[in-house]
Design a protein around this ligand. Structure first.
Ligand SMILES: *[C@@H]1O[C@H](CO)[C@@H](O)[C@H](O)[C@H]1NC(C)=O
Ligand SMILES: *[C@@H]1O[C@H](CO)[C@@H](O)[C@H](O)[C@H]1NC(C)=O
Length: 377
C-alpha cells in the first residue's frame, strides 16, 4: 500500500518536473528568455513615429526606427516589389540582433552606432551598453542623447539588442504581408505585427504639407498599373491609390484561412490612438506582451495633453492629437477629397472611414467621418 502511494507520488512528481522542463524549454533559448519581436507595419504620415515612441519608452524594448529606409536610399532606382526582399532580410537580421548588414548600407561602412540614421530615436541606443554617457535608469531624452552618446562600435548594438526582451522595428516600406511569411513561420522568432492605418484623406493632407517624399513615391508607384506610361513625379492621388490598395491587401492577407495569423496580427487606427490613447495603448501593450506601468501611463498622459510641445520634442505629433485628426477637413480641397475617396474606396470601407459627399459635410466637424471601433479587426 505504502509503496503504491510512493510510486504514485513519484509518478506525479515526474510528470510535474517534465512539464516544468517543457515549459522552460518553450520559454528559454540557450538558457535565456526568448525574445518577442514586434513589427509596426504602416505607411508614411500615419502616426507611426508616435506609436513607435510609445513602445520605445518601455524599458524592455530595443527599438530601431525605420531600418528599411537604408535599403530604399541605397537603391533609388528600385521598385517596391523588388526591394521587399532586401528589406525583409534586413528586418530578419535585426530581429536576430545581427547587425552585420548595416555595414553595407551605412556611410563609412558603419563604424559607430551613431552612423545609423535616427539612432537617437531609440531609448535603448541612448543607454548602456550602447551609450555610456547615461546610467541604465536615466530618463530618456532624445536631444541630450544626441549630443552626449557616440563612438561606440556598431557591433556593440548586438549586446544592447540581446539584453532586451522585446525587439521593435517600424517600417512604412513593406507593402505586402506575404513577403513576411517566412519570418512569421520562423520558429526562432516570435513575430507580432501591429498594422497601423490612418484616414487616407488625412494622410493625403499631411503628404501635401510634407514635400520630401518624391523619390520614395517613385519607388512606390514604379511597378504599378496606374503608373504605366506616365512620366514625371506622381501626384498625391496616384501614390495614395497604391498605398490604400497595399493596406487593404495586408489586412486581407492576415485573414486568409490557411495562414492563421490570429494572435500575430493587430489592426490599429491612428485616430483611435489619438482619441483614446490610454485604452488603445493598453490593448497594444497586451498584444505585444508588455506591461503598462504607472510611470508609462503618466508619461502617456503628459505627451498627449501638452498643448505646447517642449522645444526639440519628438512628440508634436501627440500634442492636441484630437485636433490633428480633423485638420484635413479645413485644409484639403474638396475635389482632392473626392478623388482620394474614390481611389481609396475599399480602404475607407475596410478600416471604417466615412466618405463626405459635399463641401458642407467636409467642413462640418459634427458630421462624423469614421465608424466606431466595433467591427474593425
Ligand atoms: C564594445 O564591446 C566590447 C566587447 O564587449 C567591449 O569590450 C567594449 O568596451 C565596448 N565598447 C564600448 C565603447 O562600449
Ligand atoms: C508629467 O508631467 C508632470 C508635470 O509637468 C511632471 O511632474 C511629471 O514628472 C511628468 N511625468 C512623467 C512620467 O513624465
Amino acid at each position: 500500500m505504502a509503496l503504491r502511494i510512493r510510486l504514485h507520488r513519484l509518478m506525479i512528481g515526474s510528470v510535474l518536473v517534465f512539464t516544468w522542463l517543457l515549459y522552460l524549454r518553450s520559454n528559454m533559448d540557450d538558457g535565456k528568455e526568448k525574445q518577442i519581436h514586434i513589427l509596426i507595419l504602416t505607411s508614411w504620415r500615419s502616426g507611426s513615429s508616435f506609436l513607435g515612441q510609445i513602445l520605445n519608452h518601455h524599458p524592455n524594448v530595443f527599438y530601431v526606427y525605420e531600418p528599411a529606409r537604408m535599403v530604399w536610399v541605397t537603391f533609388p532606382q528600385g521598385k517596391a516589389s523588388l526591394l521587399h526582399f532586401p528589406v525583409r532580410d534586413l528586418l530578419h537580421s535585426l530581429f536576430n540582433c545581427e547587425m552585420s548588414p548595416l555595414h553595407e548600407y551605412l556611410p563609412r561602412n558603419g563604424r559607430y552606432i551613431t552612423d545609423l540614421p535616427f539612432w537617437s530615436e531609440s531609448r535603448a541606443l541612448c543607454s548602456p551598453p550602447a551609450c555610456k554617457a547615461f546610467t541604465v535608469d536615466a530618463e530618456y531624452d532624445r536631444p541630450s542623447c544626441f549630443q552626449r552618446c557616440g563612438y561606440v562600435p556598431l557591433e556593440n548594438m548586438t549586446q544592447s539588442c540581446k539584453i532586451h526582451k522585446h525587439v521593435v522595428l517600424k517600417t512604412v516600406r513593406v507593402l505586402d504581408l506575404g513577403v513576411l511569411l517566412p519570418l512569421l513561420q520562423d520558429d526562432k522568432l516570435d513575430l507580432r505585427i501591429v498594422h497601423l492605418v490612418r484616414d487616407p484623406r488625412a494622410v493625403a493632407f499631411s503628404r501635401l504639407n510634407f514635400n520630401l517624399l518624391r523619390n520614395e513615391d517613385l519607388i512606390v508607384v514604379r511597378d504599378t498599373e496606374n503608373w504605366k506610361n506616365k512620366l514625371g513625379v506622381p501626384n498625391v492621388t496616384d501614390v495614395m491609390a497604391n498605398i490604400c490598395t497595399a493596406q487593404v491587401a495586408i489586412n486581407e492577407f492576415s485573414k486568409k484561412a490557411d495562414i492563421s495569423l490570429s494572435g500575430f496580427y493587430m489592426l490599429v487606427r491612428y485616430e483611435d490612438l489619438a482619441r483614446e490613447p490610454l485604452s488603445t495603448v493598453e490593448k497594444i501593450y497586451n498584444f505585444a506582451g508588455l506591461s503598462l506601468t504607472e510611470k508609462m501611463k503618466n508619461w502617456l498622459y503628459n505627451v498627449t495633453h501638452q498643448s505646447q510641445p517642449k522645444q526639440g520634442s519628438f512628440m508634436n505629433f501627440a500634442a492636441n492629437s484630437k485636433q490633428v485628426i480633423q485638420k484635413w477637413r479645413g485644409g484639403l480641397k474638396h475635389n482632392v477629397v473626392l478623388e482620394i475617396q474614390e481611389q481609396c474606396k475599399k480602404a475607407m470601407e475596410v478600416f471604417g472611414y466615412i466618405p463626405v459627399r459635399t463641401m458642407k459635410e467636409q467642413r462640418d466637424l459634427n458630421f462624423n467621418v469614421m465608424t466606431d471601433l466595433k467591427g474593425i479587426n
